[in-house]
Design a protein around this ligand. Sequence first.
Ligand code: NI
Ligand code: MN
Length: 229
Amino acid sequence: MTTLTYLGHSAFLLEADGTSVAIDPFLTGNPRASHTADEIAPGTILLTHAHQDHLGDTVPIAKRTGAKVIANAEIGYWLESQGVEGATPANHGGTVAFDGGTVKFVPAWHTSSYRHGEELIAAGVPSGLVVRFGGNTIYFAGDTCLFSDMKLIGEEGLDVAILPIGDHFTMGLKDAARAAGWLGAKTVIPCHFNTFPPIEQDPNEFKRLVEQHPNMTCVVLDPGAALDL
Ligand code: NI
Ligand code: MN
């Protein structure tokens, strides 16, 4: 069995068989974080892109725990330069194994940058992640708009799709519900909403839209809530 815990915003923790994976661990400075960075000790960290609300606490967590950090090439090389020994650069189309599972990098339509002192550095292109872990296939869309190649991602045979619904920087409710239809996952979970004023949304309206698709369940998790898969 796999346990999926929502840490708030776009941060999740997957646990199965004594191994754990953190996705986009933005905790420090996240007004909806359920955990502090010191409270999680993942064996692996997966990143969708370099924006601070996704990269978050990756460097201190990885330095403390020795976690393997799998990210796009530019973020991976940057993490290496920051002394993260487990940095693992990858790119779209690639599947990378980690302790307990694999991640396949798929496209996302967004940008990927981080601030380094005064500079804004463009850190490669953003990704979605198809994670196979604990007998489940879970799609983390990352930050993205709706795009029709989500139909191809749906051919991966998804159990769970985790989609941003906040609008403004990503899909909003209606486009995310259309994405759910193309992806065809049995379970859909919203994220990337209500953290900051520009992304305030009603997740229950998203649930209503998603559940118009036959045989699809939308689970709205509060930060700190866990779902057994
Ligand atoms: Ni972003
Ligand atoms: Mn974001």
